[in-house]
Design a protein around this ligand. Structure first.
Ligand code: ATP
Ligand code: MG
Length: 270
């Protein structure tokens, strides 16, 4: 069954796009069919997948305002072997257009319905805001993946996001789950990072992924070549960590599917 995940954190520059691109490529390497939706007008996920954001005929903006379908606007990333729904600066106008529309927070969800079955995973790279665009992402998703750096203020920002996820679940999208936290740009030599990492584990328990993405220059270099890090240098420590993360995520999904089948069986035969 298709899983739609938002990669979100309202803090800027924490590794959302790097996680989205590398998770997409790692899942594709594991033979999963993946669509990466670039929900950020910066268009970094588009460019980092090797697609020129300014050379595409249609992008997410046209999809959100109903002028194109995802099938018309998506592009294939040769580099990463997944599909991309591209974005560029035009998307920043979408906020204003959406406000005038009925069901303005539902536009992305409705657009995804027509292609959902073609994919195993649909990943949404969110902008660093809790805006109407991000809300469209959260309303479309089954789960939220949060990449975070183990820094002093990280936990504080996190509670806002966790509360937003709760509110969206209660009010608009009951399917939305908090899937887990991924520690990124991790530097084992920094004692403070180890302390915050331990704090996160105490706080969030098994919601914290065991895979940890280190600070790794190969991951930072890869986008300038239009390649996901896991393709640019698959033997780098960063690439290996994202491949481990993809594997862990798939296993976690399988476990949850088994649990929910067991729950359904128990309800059917009390
Ligand atoms: P924004 O909030 O602007 O969308 P973001 O959360 O998507 O940012 P990224 O663009 O993924 O963050 O990362 C910010 C910067 O950090 C980029 O220059 C990226 O190449 C670099 N970076 C991300 N992850 C790593 C890593 N594990 N090691 C080294 N550099 C990294
Ligand atoms: Mg980004």
């Amino acid at each position: 069954m298709t899983k739609v995940f938002c990669i979100a954190n309202q803090k800027g520059g924490v590794g959302k796009t790097t996680t989205a691109i590398n998770l997409a490529a790692a899942l594709a390497a594991l033979k999963k069919r993946v669509l990466l939706i670039d929900l950020d007008p910066q268009g970094n996920a588009t460019m980092g997948s090797g697609i020129d954001k300014n050379a595409v005929n249609a992008n997410l903006y046209q999809v959100l305002i109903g002028e194109a379908t995802i099938a018309q606007a998506r592009q294939y990333s040769e580099a990463g072997r997944y599909d991309v729904l591209p974005a560029n600066r035009e998307l920043s106008g979408a906020e204003i257009d959406l406000i005038q529309m009925e069901e303005r927070e539902q536009q992305l969800r409705k657009a995804i319905l027509s292609v959902r079955d073609e994919y195993d995973f649909i990943l949404i790279d969110c902008p660093p805001t809790l805006s109407l665009l991000t809300l469209n992402g959260l309303v479309s998703a089954d789960g939220v993946l949060i990449p975070m750096q183990c820094e002093y203020f990280a936990l504080e920002g996190l509670s806002d996001l966790v509360n937003t996820v709760k509110r969206v679940r209660q009010n608009i999208n009951p399917h939305l789950n908090f899937i887990g936290l991924l520690r990124v740009m991790f530097d084992t030599r920094v004692t403070l990072q180890q302390q915050v990492s331990a704090q996160i584990e105490t706080h969030f328990g098994d919601k914290v992924f065991q895979a940890i993405v280190p600070r790794n220059v190969r991951l930072a270099e890869a986008p300038s070549h239009g390649l996901p890090g896991v393709v640019y240098d698959k033997n780098s420590r960063g690439a290996k960590a994202y491949l481990e993360f993809a594997d862990e995520l798939i296993k976690r999904m399988k476990r949850e599917a088994l649990r929910s089948t067991a729950r359904t069986a128990n309800t059917a035969n009390p």
